[in-house]
Ligand binder design. Structure first.
Ligand code: SF4
Ligand code: SF4
Length: 221
C-alpha cells in the first residue's frame, strides 16, 4: 500500500490510509462456503493409524495420555488374544478417547507416541452442539481401511514378528488373513441370524401366553 507522506497532518494521513484501503483486494475468507486448505503441517483432528495389513499400530501404552498437558486423552490397553488380535505384539488400545473440549491441538501426544500410531490430520472443523459428541472414541479416530488391508481382529502375517511390522516388511494383508476375516464375519452373521430366530420364537411364545391369559380372564368374567 502507498505510504502517506510524513509531513501531512495526522488526520489527513489517517483518512488517507482508510481511503486507499477501500481499493485493496478484500482478503475475507467465505467460510464455510469456501474452505481454504490449511498448511500441510497444520495440527488438526487426530488419527489412529494402521499397519499395511489393517492391524492397529496403537499398543495401548498410554504415553500419549501422560504427555498431554490438558488431560484430554483416555487410553485403556488390553492383551491381544489368540484369534482376537488387534495389533502385532502383546497389547492393543482397547479403549481410546480424545476430549476435544480440552484438547489444545499442541501435538505433544503425537511426539510421545513410540509407534507413530497417533498422528494429526488437517481437519479443523471440531465444533458441535453437545459435550458428548466432542469426545471422540477409538471408532471415530481409527484410520479407515485402505486397499490391501483386512479388518481386525485377525492374525499377524505368517512368519513375521512384531519387529518386522515396524521394519516395513509387511506391505499388505495376505490371502490367509482375508480368509480368516471372511470366516469370522460369516460365523458372526450366522450367530446373529440364529439369535434373531430365537428372539422371534420367544416373542411368539410370549404373545401366545398373553393371548391365552386374556381369554382365561374373559371366560372367568
Ligand atoms: S494435541 Fe496436545 S492437548 Fe490435544 S490431546 Fe494431544 S497433547 Fe493433549
Ligand atoms: S497412541 Fe501411541 S502413545 Fe498412545 S497409547 Fe497408542 S501407542 Fe501408546
Amino acid at each position: 500500500m502507498a505510504e502517506m507522506p510524513e509531513n501531512l497532518p495526522q488526520p489527513v494521513r489517517g483518512f488517507g490510509t482508510t481511503f486507499f484501503t477501500m481499493f485493496r483486494k478484500a482478503s475475507t475468507e467465505q467460510y464455510p462456503d469456501e474452505k481454504v486448505p490449511t498448511q500441510p503441517r497444520f495440527h488438526g483432528r487426530h488419527q489412529l493409524n494402521r499397519h499395511p495389513d489393517g492391524l492397529e499400530k496403537c499398543v495401548g501404552c498410554e504415553l500419549c495420555a501422560w504427555a498431554c498437558p490438558a488431560d484430554a486423552i483416555f487410553v485403556e490397553g488390553a492383551d491381544n488374544e489368540a484369534g482376537e488380535r488387534h495389533s502385532p505384539g502383546e497389547r492393543y488400545g482397547a479403549v481410546y478417547q480424545i476430549n476435544y473440549l480440552r484438547c489444545i491441538l499442541c501435538g505433544l501426544c503425537i511426539e510421545a507416541c513410540p509407534t507413530r500410531a497417533l498422528t494429526m490430520t488437517n481437519e479443523y472443523e471440531l465444533a458441535d452442539h453437545t459435550r458428548e459428541s466432542l469426545i471422540y472414541t477409538k471408532e471415530d479416530l481409527l484410520a479407515p481401511l485402505q486397499g490391501g488391508m483386512a479388518m481386525p481382529p485377525h492374525s499377524m502375517v505368517d512368519g513375521m514378528s512384531e519387529r518386522d511390522y515396524y521394519s516395513g516388511k509387511v506391505t499388505s494383508a495376505t490371502p490367509e488373513q482375508f480368509a480368516e476375516v471372511e470366516a469370522r464375519e460369516l460365523a458372526e452373521e450366522k450367530a446373529a441370524e440364529a439369535k434373531t430366530d430365537a428372539t422371534i420364537e420367544a416373542e411368539k411364545v410370549a404373545s401366545d401366553i398373553a393371548k391365552d391369559e386374556e381369554q382365561d380372564l374373559g371366560g372367568a368374567a
